[in-house]
Write a protein that binds this ligand. Structure first.
Ligand code: ADP
Length: 262
């Protein structure tokens, strides 16, 4: 191992805990996503799994940066950094040309505008309402007796989309239940649910103004149905971070590399 410098980013989310270990600021040595967020055993388990994958111990990590909703409760962080900075840094490292970052997580949605050098210029956020967040998708998946990870495939199989007119999660849930009772196809309902998330996200984006290219990050970016719907709604192609849900932890580990000595 010798002179290798390992830095760790821990993103303690509302819904999921993410950990990513960078070797010398470049190579991803280990990473883990645990579907349990702040206030649970999730952060500790994510750290243990990422360390195991990297084949190193906690003592081999030169710098730990915590971010995310529960960042202030994470024990043993060398620095605590906002999710906005980390998502900006992660997206910029993978897509230096990106000017807009659309981050949809479990409990909120954020749209960031970056300057041409990748610095955060301004942002808008929805953290008041579950509609348009991962939580909305989790509620709907439960009604449909599906896992959130299965929604994308149903969307891809849909020949058309059902109309979900309610913008409120609770009313939209009733609407989905009555559509299913009336015999509507599950695939069409799933596509309608994704369209509804896309409409909410697009209105958030328009508040900021869309500067292309735009990259999607956060756990909801793993859902190809939301990507499809948002591209349709905006009329553009979106870049998708291959790290998706790990993007914040990646940005945090990059931050650590700048701080770590050596
Ligand atoms: P937070 O940081 O707020 O905890 P994340 O960015 O980790 O949120 O995203 C959590 C959301 O990601 C979940 O609410 C869910 O909608 C979505 N998600 C998680 N796993 C998957 C998956 N396998 N496929 C599609 N979507 C997923």
């Amino acid at each position: 191992m010798g002179a290798d410098i390992f830095t760790m980013g821990v993103d303690v989310g509302s819904t999921a805990s993410k950990c990513l270990i960078l070797k010398n600021g470049k190579e991803i040595a280990g990473s883990a996503v645990v579907p349990a967020g702040t206030g649970t055993s999730g952060p500790g388990r994510a750290v243990a799994a990422a360390l195991a994958e990297a084949g190193i111990g906690r003592e081999d990590v030169a710098f730990v940066t915590a971010t995310g909703y529960g960042r202030n409760t994470f024990p043993g962080a060398d620095a605590v950094v906002s999710e906005l900075s980390c998502h900006a840094a992660g997206a910029h490292a993978l897509f230096p040309e990106a000017r807009t970052v659309i981050d949809i997580g479990g409990q909120d949605a954020k749209v960031l505008r970056l300057d041409p050098e990748g610095r955060l210029e301004t942002f808008v956020m929805n953290d008041k309402c579950a509609a348009g967040t991962g939580r909305f998708l989790e509620v709907m998946a439960r009604v449909l007796e599906l896992e959130v990870g299965e929604l994308g495939a149903h969307d891809a199989a849909a020949a058309r989309a059902a109309e979900i007119s309610s913008t409120c999660t609770v009313f939209a849930e009733s609407e989905v239940i009555s559509q299913l009772a009336a015999g509507e196809e599950i695939d069409a309902v799933v596509a309608g649910i994704h369209n509804s998330v896309a409409v909410r996200t697009a209105s958030l984006i328009r508040r900021l103004g869309l500067t292309e290219p735009a990259v999607m990050t956060g756990g909801v970016a793993r859902n190809g149905g939301v990507r499809r719907a948002l591209e349709q709604e905006l009329g553009i192609r979106l870049l998708v971070s291959p790290l998706c849900q790990l993007n914040g932890a990646y940005g945090a580990a990059i931050h650590g590399r700048k701080k770590a000595k050596g």
